[in-house]
Design a protein around this ligand. Structure first.
Ligand code: HEC
Ligand code: HEC
Length: 391
C-alpha cells in the first residue's frame, strides 16, 4: 500500500501500546485495512476532539454560517443527500458533489480529481475557496479562532503549547477525519467475520455478480482480509465527457423522499449553466486523463447518494443501469467498462449487496459529531479590525 511516502501503516495495536488515548471510533472496524496515519500526525485524543469541534463550527466560514458539516452532513452519510452538487456561502454553486468523509483516511489522493494529497492541507481548500467558506486569508481564520473562547487553551493542550496556526488547524481537522471510519457491515461480518448468515441469499448473489459477471471488482477491489472497494485510481466512465460535450442526458431528480421526476439537461441549464470540468486532466495536464475521476470507496454507499462526481445519478438503481449500458461511450472511455446483460432479478441482487455495505457505527459517528458542535456565539470582533502584530 503506497501513500506517496507520506504515511506509514500504523497498527492500532501498536498505537494503543504506546499508551495514546485513542477515541473508540478510531479503532478500525472489521473489514478495513490497517489505518494509514502519517508518522508526524499521531491520532491523539485531544487533537481528534479539537478537530471534531472545528469540523462542526459554522464560524469557520467568513460570515459565520457554514461549517464543514453542513456539506458533509453527519446524519446524511457525511455528504449532502439533497444536493447533486454542493452549495457554498450565500448560495454559490460548486460544480461537484460533496464526497463522504467516511473512511477518508484511506483516500490516497483527495478530491474527485485527486489534486490534494494530505488531509492536513486539504482543509484549507474549502476554508479559502470563494464559493465555499470564503475566508479572505489564512491569517483571518487563525485570528478568528484565537478570539473564540471555546478554543482557549485547546490547541496549546493538543499541540505541545502551540496555538492555532495554519499547521495546527490542518492537523486537528485531519486527525478527526481519520477517525470517521465505518465498516463492520453485514458484508464484513459475512466475508471477514465468519458469520455465514450475515448476508441473505439475494445479497450473496449480488456479491457474486459484483466480483463476477458485472465486472465491478476491477475498479472497486475486495481483498482477502479487508476491502476498500476503491483502487484509488482515476477512470473515465463518460459522465464528465457527456457534460463537457453537452450530450443530451436525462436526470432523475428527487423532489422529496421517494418522489422523482425525469428532466433533460436543458431544463437544468435554465437554472444554472454547467461549469467546465475536465476531471483528472486539470491536475496532470495529460490529455489521457481527461474526464477521469477517482474511484470512490463504496462502503456506506446506501447512505451517500446522489452519486458520481456531479451527483447526476440519484439512486443505486440508476448507477446500476448506467453500468449495464457500459457507461457513456467516448474515445477515452475506460476499456474495463463494457455493456453487461443483467436480468431484473440480478440488478436487484446487486443493489441489495451494495446496501449491505453500511457500517454498524454510522449513527454513533454522527452522534459524536453533533455532540461536539460548539455554541453559536459570534466572534466579539471582526479579526480584520482587531488584529495587531504581536511582535
Ligand atoms: C460548500 C460545501 C462544502 C464545505 C463547506 C466543505 N466541503 Fe469538503 N468538499 C465539498 C466538495 C464539493 C468536495 C469535492 C470537491 C472536488 O472534488 O473538487 C469536497 C471534498 C472534501 C474532501 C475530499 C474527500 C475525498 O474523498 O476526496 C475532504 C476531506 C473534505 N471535503 C473535508 C472538508 C473539511 C474539513 C471542510 C471544512 C474545513 C469542508 N470539507 C468543507 C464540499 C464542501
Ligand atoms: C472502470 C472502473 C470501474 C468499474 C468497472 C466500475 N466502477 Fe463504479 N466507479 C468508478 C469511478 C471512477 C466512479 C466515480 C465516477 C465519477 O465520480 O464520476 C465510480 C462510482 C461508482 C458509484 C458511485 C459512488 C459514489 O459515492 O458516488 C457506485 C455506487 C459504483 N461505482 C458502483 C459500481 C458497480 C456496482 C460496478 C459494477 C457494475 C462498478 N461500479 C464498476 C469506477 C468503476
Amino acid at each position: 500500500m503506497s501513500l506517496a511516502g507520506l504515511a506509514i501503516l500504523v497498527a492500532l495495536v501498536a498505537l494503543a501500546a504506546c499508551g495514546r488515548d485513542l477515541p473508540t471510533a478510531a479503532v478500525v472496524p472489521l473489514g478495513l485495512p490497517a489505518l494509514p496515519v502519517p508518522p508526524d500526525a499521531p491520532l491523539q485524543k485531544a487533537r481528534v476532539d479539537l478537530g471534531r469541534t472545528l469540523f462542526m463550527d459554522r464560524r469557520l466560514s467568513h460570515n459565520n454560517t457554514l461549517s464543514c458539516a453542513m456539506c458533509h452532513v453527519p446524519e446524511q452519510g457525511f455528504t449532502s443527500n439533497e444536493l447533486g452538487t454542493a452549495i457554498g456561502l450565500e448560495g454559490q454553486t460548486i460544480r461537484r458533489n460533496s464526497p463522504t468523509i467516511f473512511n477518508v483516511a484511506y483516500v490516497e489522493q483527495l478530491f474527485h480529481d485527486g489534486r490534494e494529497f494530505s488531509l492536513e492541507n486539504q482543509a484549507w481548500g474549502p476554508l479559502l475557496a470563494g464559493n465555499e467558506m470564503a475566508n479572505p486569508s489564512i491569517g483571518y481564520v487563525v485570528e478568528k479562532i484565537r478570539t473564540l473562547p471555546e478554543y482557549t487553551g485547546r490547541f496549546e493542550a493538543a499541540f505541545g503549547g502551540r496555538g492555532p496556526d495554519m499547521m495546527t488547524i490542518g492537523l486537528a481537522l485531519a486527525a478527526y477525519q481519520r477517525t470517521v471510519n465505518s465498516a463492520n457491515s453485514r458484508f464484513d461480518r459475512w466475508r471477514y467475520g465468519g458469520e455465514a448468515n450475515a448476508l441473505n441469499a439475494e445479497e450473496q448473489a449480488g456479491f457474486a455478480l459484483f466480483v463476477g459477471k458485472a465486472g465491478c471488482v476491477a475498479c472497486h477491489p475486495v481483498g482477502e482480509k479487508a476491502a476498500l472497494f476503491s483502487d484509488n485510481r482515476f477512470h473515465n466512465t463518460g459522465i464528465g465527457y457527456a457534460n463537457s460535450m453537452e450530450l443530451p442526458r436525462r436526470h432523475r431528480v428527487q423532489l422529496a423522499p421517494g418522489e422523482f421526476v425525469v428532466v433533460e439537461d436543458k431544463a437544468l441549464d435554465s437554472f444554472e449553466k454547467r461549469q467546465p470540468d475536465v476531471g483528472r486532466y486539470e491536475v496532470t495536464l495529460d490529455p489521457a486523463d481527461s474526464w477521469a475521476y477517482r474511484t470512490p470507496i463504496l462502503r456506506n454507499v446506501a447512505l451517500t447518494g446522489p452519486y458520481m462526481h456531479d451527483g447526476s445519478l440519484a439512486t443505486l438503481e440508476d448507477v446500476i443501469e448506467f453500468y449495464i449500458r457500459g457507461g457513456i461511450d467516448n474515445p477515452q472511455k475506460d476499456p474495463l467498462l463494457k455493456p453487461v446483460g443483467l436480468a431484473p432479478g440480478e440488478k436487484r441482487s446487486l443493489a441489495a449487496f451494495l446496501r449491505a455495505l453500511t457500517g454498524d457505527n454510522v449513527a454513533q459517528l454522527a452522534a459524536e459529531a453533533r455532540a461536539a458542535a460548539p455554541g453559536d456565539a459570534l466572534p466579539a470582533k471582526d479579526p480584520a479590525s482587531s488584529y495587531k502584530r504581536p511582535y
